[in-house]
Design a binder for this molecule. Structure first.
Ligand code: SF4
Length: 448
């Protein structure tokens, strides 16, 4: 039997789908990239973006139309708002919460996948109970990694911050930290299996442990333990984390990163707006003074670190003056990279009830202004590497014929001429020859 899986949304959903694959593989099913030949068709959905939800509806409509002449089972899981859940229940055979993943084989067996549609057994309920299940499905089920050199390790699920533009607290629930013993064991196995890039995942990674104070270690301690794994194993790898929240960023986290070579010198610190009043309206729980102080600490403690951020332009009620403060912040903090989003109301988020009053064209103008500033700062940052030899993790064949591409420790994209595909997944040294905003080119010097 074969299964086909569509993954939508962020890296957390990717980590979820790697665990769903483990469960289906454990039922002796085989993954296929051709949906036409699959017996089970599933989607790890994302309610955060309307486009992703539209895609789910499109897919299930298509799959259900196949049921007249094929016996298939459809399922949906992932990051789903209650109103989408109600609609999906009418269309999918099975909807499950990720924390119910260990029970999914039983549910699939109850459905009798191979029986014709007309004779299919009805499951007692299409949605699995949320009661009496463990929250920590991450530790119960190992992932089936899709990469041989980069792995995502969830350390926490859910969010307590309730930013007004975001629906994640309503889809994934409150923050729950995973056991540090399990996280460290997973990291150690990856390191010993020669993984080169390990990304700690969570909606608010640096509030790790705060929900279990007195029982769990802090985020800084977790990083320190990973640093010690690096020393004990004598392996070379880079550890990243995404996303942290400025409110919970501490000096101890930064000094820990500075101490251990396996903790990558790259910090993503979402700002969202450069105006204090907009930050209050977004319920971000930090102001510009706090953020400025953090950037100052990063530049002092980790002078070599690349720094990236997130901005929203045209948030509900954002005036020209308030936007100007975002533009000033973009100049002041000289980011290497920023993810800039014109505001669009997210179904389920608090701000979706407020008037989306900045015109579309004005959002586009503000987006363009921030992008132009970013291009300047990113170029200036990348140009400092011209003429230098730097280490890069090779990730893939580049779009440019005869080239490979990879990323520096600071996550800057670099391409270089080579047909040697065995370098993918390896560290190499490149001599940097040119730089543009967001990327660089270099010549291969040697492999690690
Ligand atoms: S944007 Fe805010 S509410 Fe959404 S996941 Fe991040 S911290 Fe939580």
């Amino acid at each position: 039997m074969k299964y086909f899986l569509v993954n939508l949304g962020c890296a957390m959903n990717l980590a979820d789908s790697e665990r769903i694959q483990t469960v289906l593989n454990g039922m002796e099913m085989q993954k296929t990239d051709k949906e036409e030949e699959a017996d089970i068709l599933g989607i790890v959905a994302c309610s955060i973006r309307q486009k992703a939800i539209d895609k789910v509806h499109h897919k299930i409509h298509e799959w259900n139309s196949w049921k007249t002449n094929r016996s298939i089972l459809t399922f949906v899981s992932g990051c789903i708002l209650p109103e989408d859940k109600t609609k999906f229940l009418k269309k999918f055979d099975l909807l499950f919460h990720m924390k119910d993943l260990p029970q999914v084989p039983d549910m699939i067996r109850q459905y009798g996948v191979l029986t014709p549609l007309s004779g299919k057994m009805e499951a007692p309920s299409k949605i699995l109970s949320e009661k009496n299940q463990t929250e920590d499905y991450f530790s119960q089920i190992a992932p089936t990694h899709t990469s041989k050199f980069e792995a995502f390790v969830p350390i926490q699920n859910g969010c307590d911050k309730f930013c007004t533009f975001c629906a994640v607290p309503y889809t994934r629930g409150r923050e729950v930290s995973r056991s540090s013993i399990d996280i460290l064991s997973e990291v150690e196995k990856l390191v010993l299996a020669d993984y080169k890039s390990i990304v700690l995942l969570g909606q608010n990674v640096n509030s790790y442990g705060l929900d279990k104070q007195g029982q769990e270690i802090s985020f800084a301690q977790l990083l320190r333990e990973i640093g010690e794994i690096g020393i004990r194993s004598q392996k070379s790898f880079w550890t990243y984390f995404t996303s942290p929240h400025p409110r919970d960023m501490t000096t101890e986290v930064l000094t820990t990163i500075a101490k251990y070579p396996v903790l990558a010198k790259q910090i993503h610190l979402p700002l969202q707006s450069g105006d204090d009043k907009v930050l209050i309206k977004m319920n971000r729980n930090h102001n510009m003074d706090k953020y400025r102080d953090l950037i100052h600490q990063i530049r002092t403690i980790l002078p070599e670190a690349s720094v990236s951020t997130d901005f929203i332009v045209g948030f509900t009620g954002e005036t020209e003056e308030q936007f100007e403060r975002s533009a000033q912040a973009m100049h002041e903090f000289r980011y290497q990279m920023a993810y800039i989003s014109p505001y669009s109301p997210r179904p389920g988020a608090a701000s979706s009830r407020w008037e989306d009053d900045v015109p579309h064209q004005e959002k586009k103008r503000r987006f363009r202004i921030l992008t132009e500033i970013l291009e300047e700062t990113s170029l200036a940052y990348n140009q400092q590497f011209i003429g230098k030899k730097i280490r890069v993790l090779v990730e893939r064949l580049d779009r440019k014929e005869g080239y490979l591409s990879g990323r520096t420790e600071g996550k800057i994209l670099v391409r270089f001429a080579s047909y040697n595909q065995s370098l993918i997944g390896q560290f190499v040294h490149l001599h940097i020859t040119s730089a543009v905003p967001y990327s660089m080119e270099g010549d291969l010097v040697d492999a690690d």
